[in-house]
Design a protein around this ligand. Structure first.
Ligand code: GSH
Length: 243
């Protein structure tokens, strides 16, 4: 039986971009489960499964509905214990929570800065207007002002990845010899950037970039089923910057 994944998209339904939805998608792929993606735009999120959650991802597995990427991974581990593990035990669950907080507090803010105008440009008119209003209220400034620090922040962002970079000298994945949900947490953040913006967050020679490429190869190259952003609508001058 297929599992429904409510997946955040913009104008192009074939380009899911949300970091948290990618975490859930990779967890489903890791378990070898069949996924039916339900393309969902920002304005549709409150209506998902009768308004079960304010945010996506949400999955439906038969009669069970689960919201939140971490909760989804925990659910899949519990519901499908005979399939490849996402956590490798309770210690793995607790450690993955640290990785989630680190990724959210260290990687997400810079990806937001780097990609915010591209993310805005990926939306149709109504969703672009929602995104601008919602994010400008959240950040207390114009999207353009968030984006303005992108070049200045790049070196600091790359330096902030040093714990991950250093760890990769010991093992190929955060999970050790093979990936666990902890890998998909960080992968989701960088996949969000890869799909949203052509801006180069990482140098190709960086071992973090090489780990990310390994993650893109996993599960039959699942992460590559969505191409990297080429020239952004932003750079092509087609954005809705003033909406
Ligand atoms: N802690 C949640 C965060 C989910 C989340 O932030 N989802 C965003 C998309 S990346 C969302 O649904 N946003 C809707 C909105 O901003 O209106 C998880 O891990 O699933």
């Amino acid at each position: 039986m297929t599992i429904l994944l409510y997946d955040l998209v913009g104008r192009d339904a074939a380009r899911p971009f949300s970091p948290h939805c990618w975490k859930a998608a990779m967890a489903l792929a890791h378990k070898g489960l069949d996924i039916t993606s339900v393309p969902t735009r920002f304005l549709e999120v409150p209506k998902v499964e009768g308004g079960v959650a304010k945010l996506i991802p949400v999955i439906r597995d038969g009669e069970t509905v689960v919201a939140d990427s971490f909760a989804i991974a925990l659910y899949l581990e519990e519901a499908y214990p005979e399939r490849p593990t996402l956590f490798s035990g309770d210690g793995g669950k607790a450690t993955a929570r640290f990785i989630e907080r680190w990724s959210q507090l260290t990687i997400h803010p810079y990806v937001t800065t780097a990609a915010i105008l591209d993310l805005h440009a990926m939306q149709d008119e109504a969703n672009a207007a929602y995104f601008r209003q919602n994010r400008e209220q959240r950040f207390g400034k114009r999207l353009e002002a968030v984006y303005a620090t992108r070049d200045a922040g790049l070196a600091g962002f790359r330096a902030s990845l040093e714990p991950l970079r250093s760890m990769l000298g010991y093992q190929p994945f955060i999970g050790g010899p093979s990936p666990l949900f902890a890998d998909y947490i960080v992968f989701g953040a960088l996949q969000w950037a890869r799909i949203a913006t052509p801006y180069r967050l990482l140098d190709d020679t960086d071992v973090v970039a090489q780990w990310f490429e390994r993650c893109l190869d996993l599960h039959g190259g699942f992460g590559r089923t969505v191409a990297a952003a080429a020239i952004s609508r932003l750079e092509a001058g087609q954005s809705h910057l003033d909406s």
